[in-house]
Design a protein around this ligand. Structure first.
Ligand code: SAM
Ligand code: SF4
Length: 466
């Protein structure tokens, strides 16, 4: 059994003091920080505080353009796609913002069988997906934790020629180290978990029952994950519960703690904003709503602060907001999502079984088509984790900008797979044009790698990566 540690790395006094000291920053100071961020060195806590108070439209535009530039420098034009796969909405906790809370008697409860999970997986494969995020409430069926392990195995074992899911990430309640080790052995990519709020009093107010009431057990899970050998972890906050400036500063403390202790920070940061949910009053009226303008600002600031970290945007947000976030640093997006177990098979998504209301209802093909139009390159790549480029190895590669010699060719080959096997005619023709344009913009080294890979895919080979 793990000894319970206290998450002392979250220091609210330090956050409050920094936020107090850095209000109304001078334009010269802001520009100095932007120049520093352009060097891809990241930002310190006081610098994040300072930028969070920028309101001047001209300076804001400079923050946005710097974030875009940094994202392009490290990740190129790629946007990686994934889909969530909800396997169970049974939950023993009572989080006031979530439709799965145990006290919500209006919710239709469902835990998918392995055959149902295979069916959902087949649908996602037929849509062209290669990565899924397994999501569940915190109440295990009689098989216990083995259910989760079996579900991961089922997803990996399901195949619909010529495709399969190649990376399974998870968003699951905090686990002790031995179970995290089992998740690692089951082949998960990222272990993702959101702290919801780093503000202890708010945390206590919104988590009424169950194991989730324990702030420290949750906040220390990435320490256990890293000890269990999972070096890709994904952090996040449910925005709307507490003041967003406090939350991004606390995320910075969490990131710096992991970097200091394990030599590597989180692989991804997610930015879920609270959406209406059946059986939740607070979800309809978040106590600290984040405006679209602040939402974009915080995403851009985090891109400057932790330039090498993947940033995820889900379908909680509308098409318009999602598009705007692509311009300020987001590098991974979900598409065609359902948040009710069995929702892909059932079609529309059942509001009485779903976790929250979605903002983007488009199909994968529509999202891919839109991403192309916006000038981004949709990627279904899963190579990094399968070649062992995770944790510190990933960061070492990412830091000198080398990722573009792996990720860009891999993005093109997996995008070509998508176009050949799954795209509608309009997306296919736009996508083929995009591939030609991307090839023209590549340097010799990239082309020498990418072209033979593309040709292999065009000749019928699949899962071609470097
Ligand atoms: N049950 C586990 C947990 O709570 O950590 C894992 C899965 S939970 C279904 C996934 C995430 O959904 C939560 O961490 C929370 O941030 C988010 N969520 C819950 N209610 C939401 C809402 N009303 N709007 C947007 N996101 C919500
Ligand atoms: Fe359960 Fe997670 Fe929803 Fe809380 S957020 S009620 S733990 S599913």
């Amino acid at each position: 059994m793990d000894t319970q540690e206290r998450a002392d790395f979250i220091n609210p006094e330090e956050i409050e003091a920094l936020l107090k000291d850095h209000q109304a920053p001078a334009p010269a100071r802001v520009r100095e920080l932007l120049a520093k961020a352009r060097e891809l060195q990241g930002l310190s806590m006081d610098e994040v505080a300072c930028l969070s108070f920028v309101e001047n439209p001209e300076l804001l535009a400079e923050i946005f353009s710097t974030a875009k530039r940094i994202k392009e420098e490290i990740y190129g034009s790629r946007l990686v796609l994934f889909a969530p796969l909800y396997i169970s909405n049974r939950c023993s906790n009572d989080c006031t913002y979530c439709a799965f809370r145990s006290t919500n008697t209006d919710l239709k409860r469902r835990t998918l069988s392995q055959e149902e999970i295979a069916e959902e997986t087949r649908i996602l494969i037929r849509q062209g997906h290669k990565r899924v995020l397994v999501v569940a409430g915190e109440a295990l069926p009689p098989q216990g934790f083995q259910y989760i392990l079996d579900s991961i195995a089922t997803i990996y074992a399901t195949r619909v020629a010529p495709g399969e899911i190649r990376r399974v990430n998870v968003n699951l309640a905090p686990q002790p180290t031995d179970r995290l080790r089992q998740l690692k052995e089951a082949g998960i990519g990222t272990y993702q978990l959101f702290q919801e709020t780093y503000h202890r009093p708010t945390y206590a107010e919104v988590h009424l029952k169950g194991r989730k009431r324990d702030y420290d057990w949750r906040a220390t899970v990435f320490d256990r994950a890293m000890e269990a050998g999972i070096d890709d972890v994904g952090i996040g906050v449910l925005f709307g519960l507490y003041e967003w400036r406090f939350e991004i500063m606390a995320m910075m403390q969490h990131i710096r703690h992991l970097e200091k202790k394990f030599g590597v920070g989180p692989h991804t940061i997610s930015f879920p904003r609270m959406e209406p949910a059946v059986g939740s009053e607070i979800a309809a009226r978040p106590p600290h709503p984040v405006s679209d303008a602040d939402f974009l600002k915080m995403i851009a600031i985090m891109r400057l602060a932790v330039p090498y970290t993947g940033m995820i945007m889900s379908t909680r947000e509308s098409e318009g907001v999602r598009r705007a976030t692509f311009e300020v640093g987001v590098s991974q997006i979900s598409a065609g999502s359902r948040t009710d177990p069995g929702g892909y098979k059932d079609g529309e998504g059942d509001p009485n079984g779903s976790q929250f209301q979605l903002g983007d209802h488009r199909t994968v093909d529509e999202v891919v088509g839109d991403v192309i139009k916006l000038g981004f390159l949709p990627s279904f790549c899963t190579a990094c984790y399968r070649t062992g480029r995770t944790g510190q190895d990933f960061m070492d590669l990412a830091k000198p900008g080398e990722i573009k010699y792996h990720c860009q060719p891999n993005a093109l080959s997996t995008f070509q797979e998508y176009l050949t096997d799954y795209a509608g005619p309009v997306t296919k023709s736009a996508g083929e044009k995009l591939i030609s344009i991307e090839l023209e913009h590549m340097d010799e080294q990239q082309t020498a790698c990418a072209l033979p890979m593309l040709n292999k895919v065009r000749r019928g080979e699949r899962d071609v990566f470097v």
